[in-house]
Design a protein around this ligand. Structure first.
Ligand SMILES: *Cc1c(COP(=O)(O)O)cnc(C)c1O
Length: 440
């Protein structure tokens, strides 16, 4: 294979560099790629591929690092469930003292089933239904983040009818550009999220006079995969200014929900640092006597998951490596042009001359491509790879497109591992479908 035919546009990390930058991964001569204490081939032997593998130790370590960075602040972590909503993942975070940020009835129910107390749950989202608001109030969750005047009225009416008082925070849109991918930026004026900054003070005062609601503070969330602290500083500065203005007008403001969005290093950048993030919180809200809430999702779980796949065949003068995993499993490359590290499971496949290949899935879409011009040692049919940093927005975004069942999931904790979701059966794919009589 030629190594000069199609060089990548700029140098990408090679297999050794990808592993070196991830403390939970190691390459052992005999056992191959190992996550915590478990060789990934051992799991693939049992589950087949494609299969997801999560690392409990990595999730705990990252939550501990994030929490440690918040030391000295009156701040709580509410894990953003949408990044990875598996019950076992929620149990890990619940066990380590984290609360949850949920955006749907399903996520609220998952958080409760996993053992997260209502007092540690906040509900975000731009279109909560009446049914969802009722459930949140019946459960007695900590806070509803309100995204519009219409939603505020709706919550007031529902809560009054239930003889409850809903603690609400107004989600403001600070009109700050988070400098991230257009599909995951949420804090600019043209995005659908939040209440326009200029309208927030009047709405807060209005909320204070409404039955069934108690405004407790503000919330914001400016986007996802944010790698620079500057947009946080700007957004939090604006929020702090608004809190001061609200208080000056006689309003009570006790809570500030600072959102999530901290990015991870998928390629060769180190990712955002919780310490720097905490610095932005201190700079904006230090000494303001506010209870702070944070909602990290991706940062906690992204690096803690991999997607295992096998090479089905290599075609086109070894140009295309076709995997048995596809965009229906991991949609991020197709949807966000995301870069994911790809590492062979066998030590022998991780060395040798590298050539540029396109790593693709078998789905009938050109977008079903995991990597273009990736410099990898030659891989032949049957070789296994791990697609790295797939713990966030991975399995949760899977579909069954092309009638492909959802892949199984394993969880590693130290040198133990367990299957935490079975591979979906073909028959389960059509279990709820019916052919109507008039077609007989
Ligand atoms: C998605 C989301 C988060 C988490 O975002 P990450 O980028 O995964 O940290 C937090 N809060 C809200 C309101 C969200 O919608």
């Amino acid at each position: 294979m030629s190594v000069t035919a199609l060089a990548p546009s700029d140098a990408e990390p090679d297999v050794a560099e990808l592993i070196a930058a991830r403390p939970h991964l190691s390459m052992n001569a005999l056992d191959g790629l190992t996550l915590e204490g478990v060789p990934l081939n051992r799991i693939a032997d049992v589950l087949g591929t494609p299969a997801w593998v999560y690392s409990a130790g990595t999730m705990r370590a990252r939550l501990a690092e994030f929490t440690a960075a918040l030391a000295g602040l009156d701040a709580q972590v509410h894990y953003a469930v949408k990044a990875n909503d598996h019950l076992a993942v929620l149990r890990i975070f619940a066990g380590a003292g984290a609360g949850a940020d949920v955006v749907s009835e399903g996520e609220l129910r998952r958080a409760r089933v996993a053992g997260i107390a209502p007092a540690h749950i906040v509900f975000s989202g731009v279109g909560k239904t009446e049914r969802e608001i009722r459930l949140a109030l019946a459960e007695g969750i900590a806070q509803l983040n309100v995204e519009s005047p219409a939603e505020l009225e709706m919550i007031s009416a529902i809560a009054s009818g239930m003889d409850r008082v809903a603690r609400v925070a107004l989600r403001i849109n600070p009109d700050v550009d988070a400098g991230t991918h257009a599909k995951i930026t949420t804090g600019k004026a043209e995005n659908k999220f939040g209440i326009p900054y200029a309208d927030a003070a009047a709405l807060y005062a209005h909320a204070a006079g409404l039955p069934g609601v108690e405004p407790v503070g503000l919330a914001l969330h400016i986007g996802s995969q944010i790698l620079s602290i500057a947009p946080y500083r700007a957004a939090y500065g604006r929020a702090a200014e608004l809190v001061r203005a609200l208080r000056a007008q006689g309003n009570t403001v006790t809570h500030m929900d600072c959102g999530g969005g901290l990015g991870i290093g998928y390629r060769d950048d180190p990712g955002a640092s919780p310490a720097a993030f905490a610095g932005a919180l201190r700079a904006a809200f230090g000494g303001m006597d506010l209870k702070l809430m944070t909602e990290p999702g991706r940062w906690l779980v992204g690096p803690a998951g991999v997607l295992l796949a096998s090479v089905i065949l290599v075609k086109g003068s070894e140009r295309f490596v076709v995997l048995d995993a596809a965009m229906n499993d991991l949609v991020r490359p197709a949807m966000y042009d995301a870069w994911h590290g790809i590492v062979p499971l066998a030590a022998g496949n991780a060395v040798g001359p590298a050539g540029p290949v396109d790593i693709v899935g078998p789905v009938c879409e050109t977008g079903d491509t995991f990597a273009r011009n990736r410099m990898l040692p030659a891989l032949s049919a049957g070789a296994r790879v791990a697609i790295l940093d797939a713990g966030a927005y991975g399995a949760v975004m899977s579909s069954t497109y092309n009638a492909r069942p959802q892949a199984p999931i394993a969880l590693i904790d130290g040198d133990r591992w367990a299957v935490i979701r079975d591979r979906q059966l073909q028959t389960e794919l059509w279990a709820g479908e019916r052919i109507p009589e008039f077609l007989e």
